[in-house]
Design a protein. Structure first.
Lengths: 214, 450
């Protein structure tokens, strides 16, 4: 390959990488300014969590997406680090097939709040991707700390019965009728078992702040 | 908290589904605050359920549980009823007595963060003999893919009544009484992906009989997470008093038949310590064994060695001096069952999360299997293990010790090892130290080692 071709390839690869990066599901902690570390909590920002193919299909088919956030504040400096504070909250996204809209709810403690209804999934995602101040107590001044966030995403009500039904309807039945390769259908069933055993019905994202002393 | 919250969220979704909110033209941030207590009181009455049983083994194959569940609130209590039939995939789901079972449960729970539970259950199930050694995904996958089953199994058919008290701090104290029939189960024709032409390891015979059990257990779980915990305690302490009539086992050298009464204790203590944002040191101590009365029946005995305990030694390894793994003094029974009356195991593990920029290339869209997405999170692991089992009685060489004595540490099986845990699975190598001629063992674990 000539050098000019190499040069031409660079921007293409860069563009492809940018696009891929833009679509990457991610979650991040946005820390307050240094002077506010002991008075303000961090914010949680995310992107593309439920807009990728598999999850979007499930939501569109009536399985609500459940996002469970668990943020911990760890104190450090001793022999072992300790959890000094923790907060948990949830976001639920469901598709109302009748109204053809996506509904988004956030539950913090015993308060559940509707964040609105949206005509498309991107708008629904945008509303909970917006930085959300975590309901956690910031550390005292001088206390060396860091934050750790774990986000679990799963589809509510997606039981094994649903999965078995999907498999029977979508793959095994045509295979039995000779319209599809039976080996493939069985193979997919085997993979389903494996995914179940691996715990693949749940997605987990983690984010961690750097260590700081307010 | 989460497990309690999930049904509430499900109920909440059902409730909003019934009273759909008006659609809006543009994204709206006008909040409609919902009183969560009303959501929590919504009724999710259960329904028909089918589940895999989360295991795969050489006796059952894949047990499929199916049946109705019912849940309702009775004043301040929550009542749960489930009636599962069990159909096992062994012998291609052949309809016979060994392939069908049941589990019926009725439970009343009072309190959310702290309270108590009373319940009763009737069961006809296949149970592992030493479930503490290995997590179920690891055991199931090894059986399904490699035809390696690291558990032994026996049949439990009977009923149990129980009561427990729990606190918000993760502590639970339980007591139960059961009347059961224990029976030997044989390995069957069970599908595996590889090594289909090989035979399964024999599932050993146990001491069949009818027993009455009184059990007392204490559990404490303050871990930050059940999977991949960073800090906290995990304690499981059990005492069991059993009495019953045991039949003469066919196996030569098996425990004596007849009326038997015994006391057995078991404790598994784990401590997870985070020492920096990316590093942790975890420790585990397991002690178990005979306390009083007659000798323990085979299904209540112990062993160490293999992937789940001391991976530097092969599972059920014999022929390397005194058998402190299974305590087969002179009786090498078919299937090499656990025969130790007491066991001690200590495990220490250091974990260091590695930089994952390199792996982030693979993480960009995740590793996809059947629509599920897995992400790589590499962690270097170093570990040491030490453990052994022994018999109780008059001192006999280094296999049998009086009740009040402990074997010397120089008689323990020990190993060291390292591994790379990628988050979805870890690959490890372990080398026996106490028997230097043992070759190193490579193995894969799905979950953390403990």
């Amino acid at each position: 390959m000539s050098r000019s071709r190499h040069v031409a390839l660079i921007p293409v690869l860069f563009f492809a990488a940018s696009v891929a990066s833009a679509q990457k599901p991610q979650v991040a902690l946005v820390m307050p300014e240094r002077a506010l570390l002991s008075t303000e909590p961090p914010s949680v920002r995310s992107s593309s969590l439920i807009t990728d193919g598999a999850m979007l299909d499930l939501v569109r088919n009536g399985f609500p997406a459940h996002l469970h956030y668990k943020l911990e504040r760890w104190s450090t400096g001793g022999f072992f680090d300790d959890v000094a504070a923790a907060a948990e909250w949830d976001v639920v996204v469901r598709y109302d097939a009748l109204g053809k809209v996506f509904q988004v709810y956030r539950a913090v403690g015993k308060r559940t709040t509707s964040l609105g209804t949206f005509p498309d999934i991107n708008a629904a995602e945008a509303v909970f991707d917006t930085p959300f101040p975590a309901p956690i107590q910031p550390p005292r001044r001088g206390k060396k700390s860091y934050y750790n966030l774990v986000l679990d995403i799963e589809t509510l009500s997606l039981t094994e019965l649903d999965e078995v039904e999907q498999w029977l309807r979508g793959e095994l039945k045509p295979a039995v009728r000779g319209k599809k390769n039976p080996g493939t259908a069985v193979g997919r069933g085997v993979r389903t078992v494996m995914v179940r055993l691996l715990g693949g019905e749940k997605r987990r994202y983690e984010a961690r702040s750097g260590t700081f002393r307010p | 908290m989460k497990t309690r919250f999930l049904p509430a969220v499900a109920a909440f979704i059902l409730s909003v589904g019934c009273s759909s909110l008006p659609a809006q033209e543009t994204p709206s941030y006008q909040d409609t605050t919902v009183d969560m207590s009303s959501v929590l009181n919504e009724e999710d009455h259960g329904g028909l359920r089918i589940t895999s049983g989360k295991t795969y083994n050489r006796v059952e194959g894949l047990p499929v549980l199916f049946g109705p569940t019912y849940r309702n609130r009775v004043r301040s209590g929550e009542f749960t009823l489930s009636a599962f039939g069990i159909l096992r995939s062994a012998e291609a789901f052949h309809w016979d007595a060994d392939n069908i079972g049941h589990r019926l449960t009725a439970e009343l729970r009072f309190g959310r963060r702290r309270g108590f539970t009373v319940g009763a259950t009737s069961f006809d199930v296949v149970a592992p003999i030493e479930p503490w050694q290995l997590t179920e995904p690891d055991g199931g996958l090894a059986a399904f893919f490699l035809k390696r089953d690291y558990f032994d199994y026996f049949g439990r058919h009977g009923a149990r009544a129980y009561a427990s008290a729990f606190t918000a701090g993760g502590a639970t104290l339980s007591a139960g009484y059961s009347d059961e029939r224990w029976s030997s189960r044989s390995e069957r024709s069970v599908f595996t992906l590889f090594r289909d032409d090989e035979n399964w390891r024999i599932n050993p015979r146990i001491d069949d009989g009818r027993v009455h059990l009184f059990d007392l257990s204490f559990d404490l779980d303050t871990r930050t997470s059940e999977i991949n915990p960073w800090a906290g305690w995990f304690i499981n302490a059990q005492y069991e008093h059993g009495s019953g009539d045991f039949e003469a086992a066919d196996s030569p050298g098996s425990s004596l038949p007849g009326r038997r009464s015994y006391g057995r204790a078991f404790i598994d203590v784990r401590r997870y310590n985070r020492i920096s944002p990316k590093r942790q040191i975890n420790a585990r101590l397991v002690l178990g064994g005979w306390l009083q009365g007659d000798p323990l029946p085979l299904e209540r005995r112990f062993s160490v060695g293999g992937v789940g305990t001391i991976p530097g030694f092969d599972f059920r390894r014999v022929g390397i001096g005194t058998d402190v793994g299974q305590c087969a003094a002179t009786n090498d029974l078919p299937g090499r069952p656990a025969q130790c009356e007491r066991v001690a195991l200590a495990q220490l593990e250091y974990r260091h999360e590695l930089l994952s920029e390199l792996f982030d290339v693979f993480n960009r869209n995740g590793i996809r299997v059947r629509g599920a997405v897995f992400r790589v999170k590499p962690t270097a692991v170093a570990f040491v293990d030490a453990g052994r089992g022994w018999l109780v009685g008059d001192r006999a060489a280094t296999l049998q010790y009086p009740s009040g004595a402990l074997p010397g540490f120089n008689t323990f099986r020990t190993d060291v090892g390292v591994g790379l845990d990628l988050g979805i699975a870890g690959i490890y190598v372990a080398k026996a130290v106490s028997s230097s001629k043992e070759p190193a063992n490579f193995f894969v674990r799905i979950r953390d080692r403990f």
